[in-house]
Design a protein around this ligand. Structure first.
Ligand code: NDP
Ligand code: MG
Length: 394
């Protein structure tokens, strides 16, 4: 008999939130929704509350909480707000699994709360692992937590590695091959990329995702963050990982072994697949995702990434080797730069320029506590904002 799992969904109104709710809708006998959390989107949260009747719903502010409570009057739901409440639901004794799908650095504290409460972590929020990597992984080990990578590439690598208690140990692995679609500007010249609009950058060829990760995919910062994410998850360095541009997004990543074998995980690009696997591991459940028909795909292409046109990927490797707070600096600069690009304050290519400037200007200091990470994040955000405001030609 399957024991029903109780889920806390952080980032319920987002793209990963949508896909997670689809899996819950399809498997009511396996999963129940204990809590949902989001920032400002009251309209969507109202729909979720009405459809799923979670026990608790958390919004980012008191105003949003009150608006939601008003919309959901009469429903047996407890309404809360703020980061502390998100940490509380993520660590509630009634929860088995926490989907960490808040966008950006804001996801760090609730995810850590869930780890400390020994929940199964379904990790979509890569920024929390990128910024606080060593501390994050130490907490995972200390609390003996099952950490399921939801990012499709890392989920693929997890599936291609031999399974054991932790799932992440190296067994004659020679390389990880991290695939990248190359994003919408794969063939664009630097000159053409200079004037792209946020709408063009958000228009990903294969995946439908939130705005920030879509921009990151277009600038290859997403692959940079994923490179660091893979280093932490699988105990590797950037030199152990090859990024392979594979525009069809059918192979989600590969593991190359010492004996010459390469194991790949494939499927139609849809986040419901890694989400369902994370939630059901070590078993599997059905999804409504169409099965892969290789005859339809016909061709799979591979090439090396262009680090001249997409410098963010190299910056991420640099940040890893700089160590300490460097990864928090890079992530924070990028969050600010992407936001400024989305608000038409800077051009697309300025994102990487700002990231590089912040990474070079701020000295990386060792991370001995969470405060170090928060301080590094703050310094980098402030520096990136100052550059943007000054309109400085970098
Ligand atoms: P979306 O932008 O679609 O959704 C983000 C979610 O986070 C929303 O629910 C949003 O709430 C919530 N949120 C944002 N800021 C805060 C905050 N300060 N406090 C609480 N909640 C907040 O993003 P995605 O779903 O695309 O991505 C979520 C995470 O998953 C990211 O870290 C991304 O890198 C990662 N990921 C996403 C993939 C994808 O295919 N989408 C693939 C792999 C990883 P509100 O709507 O109210 O603003
Ligand atoms: Mg990914």
């Amino acid at each position: 008999m399957v024991v029903k799992q109780s889920i806390c969904l952080l980032g319920a109104t987002g793209s990963i939130g949508d896909s997670t709710l689809d899996i819950l809708r399809q498997h009511p006998e396996r999963f129940s929704l204990f809590a949902v959390a989001a920032n400002t989107n009251v309209k969507k949260m109202t729909e979720i509350c009405r459809n799923f009747l979670p026990k608790v719903a958390v919004m980012g502010s008191l105003k949003a909480r009150d608006a939601l409570a008003k919309q959901c009057e009469g429903l047996p739901i407890q309404f809360e707000w703020g980061e502390e409440a998100m940490c509380m639901v993520a660590s509630s004794p009634e929860v088995d699994q926490v989907m960490a799908a808040i966008m950006g650095f804001a996801g760090l504290k609730p995810t850590l709360s869930a780890i400390r409460a020994k929940k199964r972590i379904l990790l979509a929020n890569k920024e929390s692992l990128v910024t606080a990597g060593r501390l994050f992984m130490d907490e995972v080990a200390k609390h003996n937590v099952t950490l399921m990578p939801i990012d499709s590439e890392h989920n693929a690598i997890f599936q291609c590695l031999p399974q054991n208690a932790s799932g992440f140990q190296k067994h004659h692995v020679s390389k990880l091959l991290l695939t990248a679609s190359g994003g919408p500007f794969r063939h664009w010249s630097l000159e053409d990329m200079r004037s792209v609009t946020p709408a063009e950058a958000c228009n990903h060829p294969n995946w439908s995702m939130g705005q920030k990760i879509s921009i990151d995919s277009a600038s290859l910062m997403n692959k940079g963050l994923e490179l660091i994410e893979a280093c932490w998850l699988f105990d590797m360095t950037p030199d152990d990982i090859d990024v392979v541009v594979h525009p069809q997004s059918i192979i989600h990543s590969m593991v190359s072994y010492d004996d010459g074998s390469v194991i790949a995980q494939m499927g139609v690009p849809d986040m419901k697949v890694p989400i369902a696997y994370g939630m059901s591991w070590p078993s599997r459940i059905t999804t409504e995702v169409p099965h892969l028909n290789l005859m339809d795909v016909a061709q799979l292409d591979f090439s090396a990434p262009d680090l001249i046109r997409f410098p963010n990927l190299k910056l991420a490797a640099d940040a890893w080797y700089m160590g300490g707070t460097a990864m928090a600096h890079l992530n924070a600069a990028n969050e600010i730069a992407v936001d400024a690009f989305l608000n038409n304050q800077i051009g697309f290519l300025d994102i990487a320029t700002i990231n590089q400037y912040v990474l070079e200007q701020l000295p990386a200091v060792p991370v001995t506590s969470l405060e170090d990470v928060f301080e590094g994040d703050k310094l980098a955000r402030n520096l990136a904002k100052r550059i943007i405001l000054s309109g400085k030609n970098l």
